[in-house]
Design a protein around this ligand. Structure first.
Ligand code: ATP
Ligand code: MG
Length: 149
């Protein structure tokens, strides 16, 4: 399905912001691009929401989420948070089925460890890639790249 990248991302972010209700979470977005992109809207939305939900789940006080979109060789969306971060040695397992970081800070945060597994499957079905950069106690950035063809 062809959607307008800006309208599409604006709508996801708006709906997500509404779902957060009273939680004090700052969301900054920088979406200058206006081109159309060809995606499976239902699944791609799930992929983005999984990442946004993780930022909230594994966030700290004064959570700030930054969403950027670019359009060069690929369509690129990045989602950054200033949450608890992920230890470097865990990063390579993050997209494995049922994998959760064995961090005592989050042992009471519920989850199946499936969100990022599905997100990766969805991105790959779009012939894209997903990358993660993280620093413990500083935050995490996920970047999804989808080729234009
Ligand atoms: P589910 O998404 O199935 O409800 P989950 O959130 O535990 O469960 P994933 O979304 O696959 O599973 O994430 C895997 C693990 O990666 C999480 O358990 C968490 O430890 C870590 N993680 C994911 N996103 C972040 C983030 N933004 N900040 C810190 N840790 C994260
Ligand atoms: Mg999750």
């Amino acid at each position: 399905e062809t959607v307008n990248s800006k309208e599409y991302l604006d709508t996801i972010i708006n709906d997500f912001q509404i779902s957060l209700e009273s939680k004090s979470i700052q969301i900054d977005k920088n979406i200058q691009i206006k081109q159309n992109i060809n995606i499976d809207k239902f699944y791609f939305t799930t992929a983005i929401l999984n990442i946004l939900e993780n930022s909230v789940k594994y966030g700290k006080e004064n959570l700030k989420i930054i969403i950027k979109a670019n359009y060069g060789k690929d369509f690129e969306v990045s989602i950054s948070d200033n949450g608890i971060g992920i230890p470097k040695k865990e990063l390579k397992f993050l997209f494995d089925k049922f994998y959760r970081v064995g961090n005592k800070e989050i042992h009471n945060v519920k989850g199946l460890g499936l969100g990022l597994y599905y997100t990766n499957q969805i991105v790959r079905a779009h012939h894209g890639t997903i990358e993660v950069i993280s620093e413990l106690n500083k935050g995490t950035t996920f970047t999804i790249k989808i080729p234009l063809q």
